[in-house]
Design a protein around this ligand. Structure first.
Ligand code: BMA
Length: 336
């Protein structure tokens, strides 16, 4: 007999949720009212997507987030938002102001694809930060008003920096994806540790793209998505994978299980995707055929998870699933 799956995290009984629709056979399903955030939610926005939400100040707002809002100059900016139900968002018209960084690092160039991890009492934002090319910016906040910027985690070029929600073996831990200056046609996920969120090292390889014959949706490059979810079976990681078709890149996402103490060791990795572009809002937009997850909310008691994902680099969607089912699916269909 298998012991009961334990899921870590704070209770979220009121999180966004919709049951699996009748007749749906997939392990993760889309919210029926997608997209939840339109492209022009701000007076200046061209698109709002690839964004990060977390539970925040229950009773007052319930949720806060950092949103990727590209403006009508097509500049990539980060904006703060708040929500009572996790579905309807009130996003600041002004973009985020970072404070406290060394001036050399603090000069804003661009920022995109944020993630937010709660570690202790602080919320840490990591994002793709322009510094002589893309690298991983880091800042923390405890009120979603003031963001204290730290050193960039890595040398350029790097993207998809995702912190674990607690220290592992005494150190902060982050997944990232070394890249190039452009639309990188390659990419593996790596793991790095830091005692102080300034100096990063002990880099370990986690996963390479899959063999085309085994799992084509993830055969060109992969990158970590939301902050990993800790369970007794390991860290559940949602990650995006890219296939190069005759019409360009296609971004889908799937799941993997990482060892709890040595997260660079992959225990299972799904061959089939969880979500791949098929709805109109995922296939039509500024960049067609992109589903790109950056955040999730979950409730340990019910096992429910809500995944926020960018759609066609234009709007934001939501998908749902049950963590025990996703773990089962990942193990049963593992390509390792
Ligand atoms: C990646 C990033 C993402 C984007 C994706 C598809 O390189 O820029 O923000 O969603 O490409 O355009």
């Amino acid at each position: 007999m298998q012991s009961k799956l334990e899921i870590m995290g704070e209770p979220q009984p009121g999180m966004p949720w919709e049951e699996r629709p009748a007749g749906c056979r997939s392990v993760v399903w889309r919210y029926s009212k997608n997209p939840i955030i339109g492209r022009d939610a701000l007076s200046t926005s061209n698109s709002i997507f690839n964004s990060a939400v977390v539970p925040f100040r229950k009773g007052e707002y319930n949720y806060a987030g950092v949103f990727r809002c590209d403006d009508t100059n097509r500049r990539m900016r980060l904006h703060v938002g708040f929500s009572v139900d996790g579905l309807k968002w009130d996003i600041d018209e002004e973009d985020i102001r970072l404070t406290g960084a060394d001036p050399e690092v603090g000069e804003w160039v661009y920022g995109y694809d944020p993630r937010v991890a709660k570690i202790g009492d602080r919320y840490y934002v990591t994002w793709c930060n322009g510094y002589h090319g893309p690298t991983i910016g880091v800042a923390w906040t405890d009120d979603f008003a003031t963001f204290h910027q730290l050193e960039n985690a890595f040398l350029p070029y790097n993207r998809n920096g995702v912190l674990f929600p607690r220290k592992i073996n005494g150190n902060y831990a982050m997944l990232s994806r070394p890249s190039d200056t452009g639309h990188t046609p390659f990419g593996d996920i790596f793991y790095s540790e830091s005692p102080d969120l300034t100096y990063w090292g002990r880099h370990r390889h986690v996963m390479a793209p899959a063999a085309f014959e085994l799992s084509a949706w993830q055969c060109m490059k992969i990158g970590a998505g939301p902050v990993p979810i800790e369970t007794s079976e390991g860290w559940l990681l949602f990650y995006h994978g890219v296939l190069r078709s005759c019409n360009g890149y296609v971004y889908a996402f799937g799941s993997a299980l990482l060892d709890r103490d040595e997260p660079w060791k992959v225990l299972a990795r799904s061959g089939p995707y969880l979500i791949s572009p098929r709805e109109t809002y995922e296939c039509m937009g500024d960049v067609p055929n992109v589903t790109f997850p950056c955040a999730s909310l979950h409730d340990p008691a019910t096992g429910r998870v809500a995944i926020y994902y960018g759609c066609a680099d234009t709007v934001t969607g939501l998908a749902f699933g049950y963590i025990p089912e996703i773990i089962e699916f990942t193990k049963k269909n593992s390509i390792l």
